[in-house]
Design a protein around this ligand. Structure first.
Ligand SMILES: Cc1ncc(COP(=O)(O)O)c(C=O)c1O
Length: 545
């Protein structure tokens, strides 16, 4: 392969678009939820970081008397140290889609504006990046992104492995942590550690305030309308299980859950468990040979029995970015609830949950430069209204007798037991770091890097790139003819490269290509062209045997 393939031939045909449109239109007229949902409210300011001056709305959910929320204002603990990022805030960046070369700009514009009409919302028609934003040249973004300064924030990157400089290309599995996150967590344990929501003393107040501040940071980061729509969980997997178990209890035999062929096992298995328990049926939207969801097939799957649609924002095995605004609009027109798995999107480009229009959005802290063991579920207040709690215990109750328990309001209702306080605060610090860097600027830089990596790797004789969607995050899955994937991974490790080799917990997506495993370098904003040059040279040597 010597160049990036042209993708123009794969735009949906006008016939496909009009078929989907006709289907949506007839269903919208029948939808019990109405053909024209209320207009979406405007999204809040994109990259503003909330000041740590207001107290938590700590609920009275613990077993001890709770300090009134107002008292916490005197004890605000974090951010205790002023945070000075290596990179100064960049105001004028323009959102840049992550698309590979030759991709059409407005792939689904006709269908999108149709869906906008039936939703009756201008905001929906405007769309968030990466689909409608004007493209800048990647070089413009590249020029203002000082990757050397960024790398200085990440201590782990500066080491040698097998006496070679470490090149961390396993970012889809987990990301490295900036010093700001490490310091925030260690400062919490050194100064403020306490259980939260349930003590009248100073450290409890500080810890509660810092925890609730982190919740507001997640709210800002996702564009949610209230901090009460943010539930802390262990990560994406637990978040999907929460939604599946809670909403799954409302399903009946014959109800349908729609997934896509791209899903991570974390977005398959919890739904299979629900289906087994309730008699609901799982239906799967197929992908094409580029790794894009076939939208006409997806539209055809949506029907009156569709109660839930759960889909990735970006695929961890192929890198495909799904048109989630469009797919959500199509599902909502049928009255279905929609969950978007943002594990692979949030670290790469701006996300605005209200523009997507989903009921649920889930992500993991460790994939966005934050700690392991923490993540968040965005659940609209409206969706929460019908959801039973999924775990019982302390913190999630208002009153308990042996006869009866009344539950606390969300989000406490869905956070049973002592939460992962320190790592929630660490997650807030990570999101703060990303927002200060500027998500548009990150997207522009990574776009350049992805194009470069695609060009360099596909130039290697015999290398087969798996996943050639027009819209991709920085995942470059490949195989080499006659070479064992695991052996390639080990050989690269000996050269200092950390890449994932295996099935990436997304077996159905790889089996579409007749494969059980790939080698998967995956990019983040601290990777460089120089690292990619070295990786391509190493893969070339392995390919030549
Ligand atoms: C798309 C996607 N969904 C879900 C998950 C599960 O995330 P976690 O293991 O952090 O819960 C991953 C992890 O790789 C992922 O890539």
């Amino acid at each position: 392969m010597d160049s990036i393939p042209s993708f123009a031939a794969h735009e949906p045909s006008s016939e496909q678009l009009s078929r989907i449109a006709a289907q949506l239109l007839s269903e919208a007229a029948l939808s019990p939820h109405g053909a024209v949902p209320a207009p979406l409210p405007a999204a809040p300011g994109a990259e503003a970081v909330l000041p740590a001056t207001t107290a938590a709305s700590a609920g009275s959910t613990g077993s001890l008397p709770v300090t009134p929320a107002a008292a916490f204002t005197h004890h605000v603990a974090l951010p205790a140290q002023p945070f000075t990022p290596s990179i100064q805030p960049f105001a004028a960046a323009t959102a840049t889609p992550l698309r590979t070369a030759s991709a059409p700009l407005e792939d689904f514009s006709g269908l999108r504006s149709f869906v906008a009409r039936i939703r009756g919302s201008d905001a929906f028609a405007r769309q968030s990046p990466p689909f409608d934003a004007p493209t800048t040249s990647a070089a413009a973004g590249f020029g203002v992104f000082d990757v050397d300064a960024v790398r200085r924030d990440f201590p782990v990157l500066h080491q040698r492995v097998h006496d070679k400089p470490l090149a961390w290309f396993d970012n889809a599995a987990t990301t490295q942590k900036p010093q700001h996150v490490i310091d925030t967590i260690s400062r919490f344990y050194a100064h403020d550690n306490s259980n939260i929501h349930r003590g009248a003393h100073t450290l409890a107040a500080r810890a509660t305030d810092a925890y609730e501040h982190a919740r507001r940071t997640v709210q800002t980061f996702l564009g949610a309308s209230s901090p009460d729509e943010i539930i802390f969980v262990r990560g994406t997997t637990e978040g999907i299980n929460l939604v599946a178990q809670s909403c799954g209890s409302l399903l009946s035999a014959g109800d349908e859950i729609v997934l896509t062929e791209l899903e991570h096992h974390a977005n398959i298995v919890p739904w299979q468990m629900v289906a087994k328990r309730t008699g609901a049926v799982i239906r799967v939207a197929p992908i094409d040979d580029r790794g894009e969801v076939m939208l006409d097939a997806y539209a055809a799957l949506l029907g009156p029995r569709t109660k839930f649609v759960s889909l990735s924002h970006a695929s961890n095995s192929l890198g495909t970015i799904l048109p989630v605004e469009l797919m959500t609009g199509m599902a909502k027109a049928r009255g279905a609830r929609v969950l978007v798995d943002g594990a692979q999107s949030v670290s790469h480009f701006p996300v605005d949950v209200r523009r997507i229009g989903c009921d649920f959005f889930v992500f993991s802290g460790h994939k966005i430069f934050g700690p392991t063991g923490i993540g968040a579920v965005y659940a609209t207040s409206e969706a929460q209204g019908s959801m039973p709690p999924w775990q019982g215990g302390g913190n999630m109750i208002r009153d308990v007798t042996f006869e009866k328990t009344t539950y606390a309001d969300p989000p406490a209702k869905f956070e049973a037991g002592t939460p992962n306080v320190a790592d929630a605060i660490g997650l807030g610090a990570a999101l703060d770091y990303v927002m200060r860097l500027g998500r548009e600027r990150i997207a522009a830089y990574e776009h350049d890097l992805l194009e470069y990596a695609t060009r360099r790797l596909t130039a290697i004789d015999g290398l087969r790139l798996i996943g050639t969607a027009a819209e991709k995050v920085g995942v470059v899955s490949f195989v080499l003819p006659g070479r064992d994937v695991i052996e390639i991974g080990k050989a690269l490790d000996r050269e200092g490269f950390a890449v994932r080799a295996g099935h990436h917990c997304a077996q159905p997506s790889l089996r579409h290509f007749g494969l059980e495993a790939t080698v998967r370098p995956s990019l983040a904003f601290y990777n460089t062209r120089d690292e990619i040059d070295r990786l391509a040279a190493a893969v070339d040597r392995i390919a030549r045997g």
